[in-house]
Design a protein around this ligand. Structure first.
Ligand SMILES: [Fe+2]
Length: 303
């Protein structure tokens, strides 16, 4: 019998009594409803291989695919799974300066999955294969509450703005410059509304991400300051849930109404091996920003 325990007021919950390897239609409906209410779910004690994880995720929507991602991310997984790991091909933690480790450092920024894609992620499901003894937590911010708690002036400023997202934005901040310019999955830029409305509830959310580069139609400095200010507002401690991993946890979140980040750990000493499947959110496909004009008062208010 499925049961739910809230972990924070109105945000994040623990579910027991659902086996992802053999979930009933009733279990899927229970999880779907819980996601609408709580946005982040922890299902402990799941024993699932990659195929079972992908099969479970596919019952919630079309799986995202990673065929255009570099081998560093795929790491031998099937195309609809991501290997989030600090292990090299020899099965040992990769050392300082290793390209894989540096790329994974991008996950330490607050972000939503695949916001740089024309069709971004809806649900992400991350499974703990090997977890750290210290550090390596995943944190989540409630982007519905972030919108709700903005003051009226900021709401008026932000509503209607569009941000341009790119998979290179966070990595450029880290100092990387050697991108594969022939790969559209790496170099593509897409636009997303900064404020969105969830179809199931009508609640508004802020759609922010470390992949958001600037505000379309606004001078870059003012737009970036606004994105930074909103991110700071959204990730105040009282708006954040921290998940400390146990092996066999399956953590599910809705990228349309959350941001998340991973916390540091000693990657030279500890092994952290997680596996992710995601579904896509076609209802929030990238928007067209050609000819977008931002009113002068907004540009001045953001600068
Ligand atoms: Fe992520």
């Amino acid at each position: 019998m499925a049961s739910l325990t809230p972990l924070e007021p109105g945000f994040a919950a623990r579910i027991e009594g659902v086996d992802a390897a053999c979930a009933s239609d009733g279990d899927i409906a229970f999880v779907r409803k819980a996601l609408i209410d709580h946005c982040v779910l922890v299902l402990p004690g799941q024993i699932i291989d990659g195929d079972q994880q992908a099969d479970f995720a596919a019952r919630f929507g079309t799986l995202d695919a990673y065929e255009n991602m570099s081998g560093d991310y795929a790491r031998g997984m099937r195309k609809d799974l991501l290997n989030v790991s600090n292990l090299g091909d020899d099965g040992k933690p990769v050392g300082p300066g290793d390209r894989r480790r540096e790329l994974d450092m991008g996950n330490r920024f607050w972000h939503t999955d695949a916001s740089f894609k024309p069709v971004p992620a809806h649900l992400s499901m991350l499974y703990g294969i090997t977890v750290t003894n210290q550090g390596g937590e995943t944190q989540f911010a409630d982007m519905r509450a972030a919108w709700d708690s903005l003051d009226a002036d900021r709401k008026e400023l932000v509503e209607g703005l569009i941000a341009e997202h790119s998979s290179t934005t966070a990595r450029r901040w880290l100092g990387f410059e050697d991108f594969d310019e022939s790969n559209p999955a790496v170099m593509g830029r897409v636009n997303h509304d900064l404020v969105r409305e969830l179809p199931e509830t009508g609640r508004k959310t802020l759609y922010l991400s470390a992949h958001a580069d600037h505000i379309v139609g606004m001078p870059v400095p003012g737009g970036r300051l606004l994105l930074a200010e909103l991110t700071e507002h959204a990730t105040r401690p009282d708006n954040v849930f921290t998940h400390t991993w146990q092996a066999s946890d399956l953590v599910i979140w809705d990228n349309r109404c959350t941001m998340h980040r991973s916390r540091p750990y000693r990657a030279d000493r500890e092994t952290r091996q997680l596996r992710r499947a995601s579904t896509v959110a076609p209802e929030f496909a990238a928007c067209d920003a050609v000819g977008v004009q931002v009113p002068d008062w907004k540009i001045e208010a953001a600068a």
